[in-house]
Write a protein that binds this ligand. Sequence first.
Ligand SMILES: Nc1ncnc2c1ncn2[C@@H]1O[C@H](COP(=O)(O)OP(=O)(O)OP(=O)(O)O)[C@@H](O)[C@H]1O
Length: 606
Amino acid sequence: MAKRGFGRSGAEDTEGRTKISKDSFRRSLRIFSYVLPYKYKFIIGLIFLVFSSLTFMVFPLFTGKLVDSSTGQASGWFLEDINMIALGLFGIILLQGVFSFFRVYFFAQVSENAIADIRRDLYSKFVQLPISFYEKRRVGEITSRITTDIGQVQDAMSITLAELFRQTTTLLVGIVIIMWTSIKLSMFMLATFPVLVALALVFGRKIKALSKKTQDELANTNVIVEETLQAINTVKAFTNEMFEVGRYQASLGRAVQTALSTAYYRGAFITFIIIGLFGGIILVIWYGATLVQNGDLSIGDLISFIIYTVFIGASVGGLGDLYGKVQSALGATERILEILNEEEETTSKALRSLNEIPKLAGNISYKNVAFAYPTRTDIAVLNNINLSINAGEKIALVGPSGAGKSTIAQLLMRFYDVAAGSITVDGKDIRDIDLTTLRANIGIVPQEVLLFGGTIRENIAYGRPEATEAEITAAAQQANAWNFIQTFPEGMETLVGERGIKLSGGQRQRVAIARAILKNPAILILDEATSALDSESEQLVQQAMHQLMQNRTTIVIAHRLATIRKVDKILVIDGGAIVEEGSHDELSANPEGIYANLLKLQFELN
Ligand SMILES: Nc1ncnc2c1ncn2[C@@H]1O[C@H](COP(=O)(O)OP(=O)(O)OP(=O)(O)O)[C@@H](O)[C@H]1O
């Protein structure tokens, strides 16, 4: 399971459960605001829950009376006839069945709808949270909020709460009824039976923990299998087959050891249940039988007493289990609420077409920009960056890996805010430009193009969802993508992504270029692919990029210097600062310069 760690306020154990306290309970109650829109259904469900719980409690009473009526001991009760009581019993069961149906039905309506609302809000929050939120957490951790945690809250809403109510009613009403039936026998039973059930519960917990340990050990052995099968080439290349077999066997040995020590406790548990719990029941029956013998109790009363005892025992056990579930649900609720309280980016919340968004001209200027990533505030990634690009100009950022080139581009999109200095677009600080307007005016062709599962058309249209068919086709043509798309039997309708065909790196880049063409932004960020494409594909991509750059302010993050000779200005970045600046000719004329050296190096490599 993903590690939990959202800087929670409540104390949580390793399984993500929160101690039940007034405070944690009060905080978690806020999740019930999601139930409010469905409150009438909730109340109806609650009424059926009360009815079904109460009819359930009448069942043993009628059973006892049925037995008593056979010996004529039921006289004086409102139903005396054996057939009438049996009929009444049927009636009760029928009612309970019907009540239970409506209880489940109404609670499901409430919980399914409320949970879908929470899921929607959580997802909507996720996509609107700033990138820095994601830097601090792992994806597994975040997705477990929307799966595991929500699942626990759903259980709580649909099952746990109802069960809690039902078991508590059973316990309280059960005790009142048995007291009323026979106070002596009740005292005797209450002194023994619940103690035994509680012991069984503690014992059961211990076994559950041990079983979990066994499962973990087994999971460890599976990790070895998965790892080695995935890297089977490496295993064979290093002739480490027997080494891996040994590792697997050692891991299996540990799993067996844990399983065997669990079996010891499990055996003891079963023995305890048989001797202890059933022994307890025998004691109650024995004492009850002596009361019957002395004429203090009727047989029917004893039978209903025993059934109530079993009910009470089950509810004591059930409540213990429910306590753990409520703890988990509280923990999950707090983690969900914590995310819902996170501050989101100030993007526009309305769905607007790109045409409605104001167009920027694309004059960019960085003034004394300094920056450190929120996760590593101690490391200055950029220092004192000054640059300006006029609308329509093209610049290239070059420099060693890790110099800060991509960071410069990311700051322009306001994925992060600068630590010092300012970035302006058209003379306005980007912190004062509406975030949606800013980003809608920037197009990006990333290094690694990720396509969504869907058709090629949908992937291109992602650049501007309202684009017409003709516009999409034109974009594909300009991006040099049309030709390869035509070679697929389904053309634009070809599925890509996980369930579809896999496009090559160059093809994916051309889809990304088509997306950017469709978006038609004033500013363009081209993050060149680090791995070289084959020369034909390279040429097609370069042509398409060239087409895309026309009349746009462009920042090229270049890894291969051959592709950037035509830009207006080249900035050499090293250690987070601009160390050289000029045209290709100017920079290559300085033999001591970094650019000239990079050129030489690439030339030698090629
Ligand atoms: N999300 C991040 N969190 C923390 N540090 C980061 C993050 N992204 C990049 N860095 C660090 O910032 C520095 C600059 O990274 P950046 O990606 O801007 O370099 P680059 O010049 O684009 O490198 P490359 O050419 O390899 O893509 C590097 O030292 C990198 O380790």
